[in-house]
Design a protein around this ligand. Structure first.
Ligand code: FES
Ligand code: FES
Length: 899
């Protein structure tokens, strides 16, 4: 068939049944993304004769004779389309994966349409931004500031990838032309929640034309490992095989097929005949702790007790005495749901061997260095034989702190010698990736009449699913900062991470603390109500003080300290704003009940596990700089921050620094980009490297000019020595002649760790008949130290708030009686769309951290933590009824208000 794509004639035949999205990508138009392939996300939006369509829903043959425009064809004569420019000016993206589709849809709006964005953008989802920067772009707001030498830190500078993102030139993990001989991998997943595989017949699958190999548990190294990635692998249980003969949840890998086409691999998966012996199941975490329930893991190497993978206990003081001394006691059980990350770019990897025999893996990972270590371990390879790297990563939120696709691709490449690509479907994200651990938290608080806490006790049961990746660490985090945020002489906690026959939990923004912050902050409000004390006041009375030791339930010395302290400012900012009368008025009518709610959260800047990062800096011949950092950029903005930190130290422009990251061959080691370490640890390595390079340059200039070092200073493109200006190009050339190189490498190690604070406030209305919740005002204050890039900090917080709204109000993975997820699609598992996210007022405490780089602290993680309890507290305030279980869906509210 013939069609025009971006003004060029294309003559090609689509495969039978092929959709336009994959057809366009087959012809190199990688700006056409996949977020779902089901018409729900809009990442694949293109124009057909000027009208936007979700190309995954359009059969390719329907494009015959038509004019197709993709993001790559939107700019004309080298000039960006006004909407591309607007997205650039407002930086209306973070990971940027949704941007192409968002721009293609928005570029068709006229001025009138912009008044109706909630409706017109309902088919385009973004998981990162919270939509406010997109709204800014479509209303002509410019968020980006000028890049001025010496003023990088504190400026809202654009991402180094901005232009590539808005033009569709940014290449994500699988945006590469097919390699010679490339195979596609597909996985057969278990329909049973617990079963032993007695046999797998592969003849019919192998007979499918194009099928090259089938791999089962008999073909993989029989080595246990954890899919979780941490510096110290001992913090996660080695309870997983690449492929196993026991399946423990619906969706677990059973077999992998590689074939010449995805279609052939899929068909072969359907033809595999698996004989299962069904085993008894348990889905509920409390039930799984009973001695009589089936034991899921019986490996000798790990101590399992009644499916409890790990239990944590601790007490400071005596809660018994604390409750005896209390004038009032509140206790209740609160629970949270299982949620999915829904990063728009699904998991995926591409592996191949180079001529020298090395194994290369291009992957969508938050931790390529740890993924490499695991691959070396699993396949018995030396470090030098493996190369793992990331390109653009389309979101992660903790979901990619996991090795979920690299291992099977590596296996298939090592077995066949051919390149292998594997991309998760959206359904696989729900049934075969990881999730937020559902936790049930019983909280008991005792206090004096004046509100002073005398005892704080929690019991947490975390459903870690069929495997323990992150189960122990998220439980430790759940029992850490949410408890340490309050001073109380008597604290006790008991926590259990429990195996069940459900899809595994994993790391997810907030990392366990999100769940217990919900419980403790709701309980704190319930206690305040019992005592007749204002919710702000009870928090002021009991919050941890700057002079306090930061402690939860452990007696051991910790490396957590106050590098800065801004909780008071955060509480004041939110309270003042809620009292200002801003926001929407309560809807008219007696059926609407109005209420306000507040919650606070504290979180360590970085994980308690070891964390290391390195940065390498070089002066280049043209006077610019090269910066190599091992951390991954996935939309968290660390690459932008790193350039700004380096530019600040070197007194230059951020654009004068070329950056490469996340590549085990080309960058220094980094544990991974998670737990807010991108800025805090990798940023420290960058600061150290930039300082070392600056000192080296100044010392060289001083030595060669004869000026005292104190008379030399570094400017944008030169060194000033007394009255003499030495261009950096000249300095480089002189150094090269003399055999001197201006390069340095520095490493950072995370210790001590500072803490950040976030306070969220909400005013809302609840409809007493329908159970609908309407947010009237949303206010957030954050103490994240110095803002390296204010626009980016606001964006991270906007995104975290939006994610918090989704989790609070509707996001919930629903399971049937067989343990299967019944809503594994974006139309059924709803994430916030443009219309769903109210614009939040965001404020920052004025603090400067003494631990983080240039005064900065963690920014992207903790902001989600106070959102759910603030909303739940506002609902309780409005209705007089506590809803202790998330999500707060209208049916639950209706049922309880009616009863
Ligand atoms: S990929 Fe087409 S709508 Fe999601
Ligand atoms: S920027 Fe929209 S999905 Fe990441």
């Amino acid at each position: 068939m013939k069609l025009t794509v971006n003004g060029k004639m294309l003559s090609a035949e689509p495969a039978p049944g092929q959709c336009l999205r994959t057809f366009l990508r087959d012809h190199g138009w990688f700006g056409v993304k996949k977020g779902c392939d089901q018409g729900d996300c809009g990442a694949c939006t293109v124009w057909l004769d000027g009208v936007p369509f979700h190309s995954c829903l359009v059969p390719a043959f329907r494009a015959e004779g038509h004019d197709v425009t993709t993001i790559e064809g939107l700019a004309r004569d080298g000039k960006l389309h006004p909407i591309q420019q607007a997205f650039l000016d407002a930086q209306a993206f973070q990971c940027g994966y949704c941007a192409a589709g968002m721009i293609m849809t928005s570029a068709t709006f006229d001025q009138d349409a912009r008044a109706d964005l909630p409706r017109l953008l309902k088919g385009n989802l973004c998981r990162c931004t919270g939509y406010h920067s997109i709204d800014d772009a479509l209303h002509g707001v410019v968020n980006v500031e000028q890049d001025v030498a010496g003023k990088a830190c504190g400026a809202s500078l654009r991402s180094p990838y901005a232009e590539a993102i808005v033009t569709g030139q940014a290449h994500y993990t699988l945006d590469v032309p097919p390699m010679d001989g490339m195979l596609h991998l597909k996985v057969l997943r278990s329909p049973h929640p617990h079963a032993r595989i007695k046999s797998i017949k592969r003849d019919a699958a192998l007979a499918v034309p194009g099928v090259v190999a089938v791999f089962t548990w008999e073909d993989v190294p029989r080595k246990l490992y954890s899919t979780a990635t941490h510096e110290d692998h001992l913090v996660d249980p080695d309870d997983t095989y690449i492929l196993d003969n026991i399946v423990r949840f619906v969706g677990q890998r059973v077999a992998a097929v590689v074939a010449e086409t995805e279609g052939a691999a899929e068909e072969a998966c359907r033809k595999l005949e698996v004989d299962y012996e069904l085993l008894p199941t348990v889905f509920d975490a409390e039930a799984a702790m009973e001695p009589s329930t089936p034991i899921l893991h019986d490996k000798k190497s790990i101590a399992y007790r009644d499916n409890i993978y790990v239990d944590i206990h601790g007490e400071l003081g005596s809660v018994e005495q604390g409750f005896a001394a209390a004038d009032a006691i509140h206790e209740m059980t609160y629970s949270t749901s299982r949620a999915q990350h829904v990063h728009l770019e699904t998991h995926g990897s591409l592996s191949w061997r180079s001529e020298d025999g090395r194994l290369h893996i291009r992957t969508s990972s938050q931790a390529p260095f740890i993924a490499k270590q695991k691959i070396c371990y699993l396949f018995g390879l030396f470090d030098r034989q493996v190369h793992v790297f990331t390109e653009r990563v389309g979101g992660g939120f903790g979901g990619k702190q996991e090795m979920l696709s690299e291992d099977l691709c590596a296996l298939a490449t090592l077995k066949t010698g051919r390149p292998v690509m594997w991309e998760f479907t959206r359904e696989e994200q729900f049934i075969g990736a990881t999730t937020r651990h559902p936790m049930t938290t019983h909280v008991k608080l005792g206090a004096k009449k004046d509100g002073t806490l005398t005892a704080l006790q929690v019991r947490v049961v975390s459903n870690t699913g069929a495997y323990g990746n992150h189960g122990g660490e998220t439980l430790a985090a759940a029992l850490g900062s949410p408890i340490a945020a309050y001073r109380c002489p008597n604290k006790k906690a008991d926590g259990y991470a429990v195996y069940t026959n459900t899809v595994p939990g994993g790391g997810f923004r907030g990392y366990g603390a999100t769940q217990t912050t919900f419980a403790i902050e709701c309980a704190m409000d319930d206690l305040a109500r019992l005592l007749g004390i204002d919710p702000f006041e009870i928090r002021r009375i009991n919050k941890v003080r700057a002079t306090d030791r930061i402690e939860s339930i452990w007696k051991e010395v910790s490396d957590v300290m106050f590098g800065s302290y801004g909780i008071d400012q955060c509480l004041d900012l939110v309270e003042k704003s809620l009292k200002s009368g801003r926001g929407l008025p309560k809807p008219e009518g007696d059926a609407w009940l109005e209420g306000t709610g507040v919650a606070l959260a504290m979180l360590e800047s970085g994980p308690p596990t070891e964390h290391r990062s390195g940065a390498e800096m070089r002066l280049l011949a043209d006077g610019s700089y090269h910066l190599a950092v091992g951390s991954t950029e996935m939309g968290n903005g660390s690459a932008t921050s790193h350039r700004q930190i380096a530019a600040s130290v070197l007194n230059t422009r951020a654009s004068n620094i070329a950056l490469i990251n996340g590549n085990t061959d080309a960058t220094p080691y980094d544990t991974g980009t998670f737990a807010s370490t991108g800025t805090v640890v990798a940023g420290q390595a960058v600061e150290k490297a930039a300082r070392a390079l600056r000192d080296k340059l100044l010392e060289y200039a001083s030595r060669n000019s004869g000026c005292a070092a104190s008379e030399c200073s570094l400017q944008d493109d030169a060194i000033i020595c007394a009255n003499r200006k030495i261009p950096l190009t000249e300095l480089y050339a002189e150094g090269a002649k003399a055999g001197d190189r201006f390069d340095v490498i520095r490493k950072a190690y995370l210790s001590p760790r500072s803490v950040g604070f976030n306070v969220h406030g909400v005013r809302l209305a609840v409809h007493r008949v329908t159970g609908e919740i309407m947010v009237l005002q949303s206010v957030h204050a954050a103490d994240i130290g110095r803002l390296i890039n204010p626009m980016q900090c606001r964006g991270q917080i906007d995104g975290a708030i939006a994610m918090g709204f989704g989790w609070t109000l509707y996001e919930n993975m629903v399971f049937n009686e067989n343990g299967a997820v019944v809503n594994p699609a974006l139309r059924d598992y709803r994430i916030p769309a443009f219309a769903d996210v109210p614009r939040s007022e965001i404020y920052f405490a004025d603090t400067y951290d003494t631990v983080g780089p240039l005064g900065a602290k963690a920014q992207g993680e903790c902001a989600i933590n106070p959102v759910a309890p603030a909303i739940a507290n506002a609902v309780a305030n409005a209705t007089g009824v506590r809803f202790p279980d998330l999500p707060l869906t209208p049916d639950r509210i209706f049922d309880k208000l009616r009863s």
